[in-house]
Design a protein around this ligand. Structure first.
Ligand code: GLV
Ligand code: MN
Ligand code: MN
Length: 467
């Protein structure tokens, strides 16, 4: 034990905000108390890293390095599925996984799994992870914290000398963001066994008319043609799934609370709509003779806002994030318009009422304006997901033992956890982010807040791995 004492003195200097004790720091004791794992750490001489220490410097460096794989200039990040930068970023993550001693596997759509085999590998494992794709002109923390943070949690457990019983896995999900093919949580949705999506992908193209499968092949995936049923996982494949993520809202920062434990994820829906009119010359065609597909789109956007507000609940939200007009010339009446709509609520029924009203409005607007409603496609209309009570408890215990104040919270953003909940008990940890900014280049999370999330994640993983 004597050789261990100086080691702890170093930890206590390094671990900010955590009081040191004479024979061990609180994290060491906590690790033992929460996980049941013996509180004898790896000795300093065996390991040049500090065993129970979140390596903030490496983690921040990795976050910064990963953000360089971007199609937008820093500080903005744009990383779109199967683009050159996405492929490079994937390589970066796989290298880090191997560096953490994980064995790496990729499935047919590029979900990446890094596995630390437990002493009882036949038992269902405990998984954690998130995504690294980034919508156009967004930031460097959304999703990334849950992938790089998970790898740091693994490193922390390794430095500690922890030996998992249930295998631990870090998952990097393919395309949580719907940017390229209009489908959110593409990788996790497939992992959860969506046959409808596997079918739909056969006729799915991006805005440049490249098919999903050509894009996947370009990135080195989909090598068995269009059969991607190998991606599906059976219910019970994991004992537990956890995701660490920035809050993407302002509450934790405003209230000065370092950790949120997510109790449920709101129900998202998205729609693609197309109107067709005759178009024509912007000067020559008189107003009564027009059937302007662009105005139909504009009117529908305002109808979305109206229907959302009619719900009477602040929990109902709707966004028209894309309107494209064809041919897109200032002196040409739009002959075609394409609208994409996102609607969400924590109450699925209320969300569905909004979706139905939007559909009705699209039909009414088409009739009134003499345009054709050539497409009204509900791309997804997902139910909400509940976190698992035993995982909530494990995360709460870990936070308490680490002296980290926490609150329970609903996630209004969707996450891969929404789909992992279909095949595994699920839980999520949120950390504060600056002013709640997300999906913008101003997105920022302080490394100390990220480190708190990593500690809660590591403790919870260790406990679940041994249960
Ligand atoms: C996730 O990116 C979301 O839009 O909620
Ligand atoms: Mn996002
Ligand atoms: Mn995200």
């Amino acid at each position: 034990m004597a050789s261990v004492v100086p080691c702890f003195i170093v930890f206590s200097l390094i671990l900010s905000g955590v009081a040191a004790h004479i024979y061990g720091d609180p994290i060491a004791e906590t690790m033992a108390a929460v996980s049941g794992y013996p509180s004898e750490p790896t000795s300093c001489s065996e390991n040049h890293h500090q065993p129970l220490f979140v390596d903030r410097e490496s983690l921040q460096r990795q976050i910064d390095e990963l953000s360089q794989f971007s199609d937008a200039p820093s500080p903005a990040v744009t990383r779109v599925l199967y683009s050159e930068n996405d492929i490079s970023a994937r390589r970066y993550i796989k290298d880090l996984m191997r560096h953490s001693g994980l064995s790496v596997r990729e499935d047919a759509v590029g979900n990446i799994f890094g596995r630390w085999e437990g002493s009882e590998p036949e038992l269902a494992g405990v998984a954690t992870g998130s995504h690294i794709d980034a919508i156009p002109y967004s930031g460097k923390y959304d999703g990334v914290v849950g992938v790089l943070g998970a790898l740091e949690a693994i490193n922390m457990l390794r430095r500690w000398g922890f030996q998992p019983k249930r295998s631990l896995e870090v998952i990097m999900f393919t395309s949580e963001e719907p940017t390229r093919f209009g489908i959110s949580c593409l990788g996790s949705r497939l992992m959860a066994g969506s046959e409808a999506l596997a079918e739909a992908l056969k006729v799915t193209f991006d805005s440049q008319n490249m098919s999903f499968f050509d894009a996947a092949k370009f990135a080195g995936y989909a090598n068995d043609g269009q059969d991607i049923s190998t991606v599906f996982l059976k219910k019970g494949s994991y004992f537990a799934f956890l995701e660490l993520h920035i809050e993407q809202g302002p509450i934790l920062e405003e209230e000065g609370v370092p950790i949120a434990i997510v109790t449920a994820i709101a129900a998202p829906a998205s729609m693609k709509v197309e109107f067709k009119g005759n178009g024509g010359h912007a000067g020559a065609v008189l107003m009564p003779a027009r059937n302007d597909a662009g105005l139909a789109a504009a009117e529908l956007a305002l109808a979305v806002e109206k229907h959302v507000l009619e719900s009477g609940s602040l929990d109902t939200v709707g966004t028209v994030g894309i309107i494209e007009l064809h041919p897109g010339a200032v002196n040409s009446i739009p002959s075609k318009s394409h609208v994409e709509i996102d609607a969400r609520d924590i109450d699925e029924k209320r969300r569905n009422i909004v979706v139905n009203k939007i559909r009705q409005s699209a039909m009414d607007i088409a009739t009134k304006r003499g345009v054709v409603l050539s497409e009204f496609n509900v791309v997804n209309q997902d139910p909400p997901a509940q976190s698992d009570e035993s995982i909530i408890k494990a995360m709460a215990n870990a936070s308490e033992q680490l002296n980290l104040n926490y609150k329970r919270m609903i996630s209004r953003a969707y996450h891969d956890s929404l789909f992992m909940a279909r095949i595994s008990p699920m839980g999520m940890i949120f950390i504060p982010c600056y002013k709640g900014y997300s999906h913008t280049p101003e997105e920022y999370a302080a490394i100390d807040d990220i480190a708190n999330g990593v500690k809660v994640l590591a403790l919870t993983l260790s406990k679940l791995s041994l249960s």
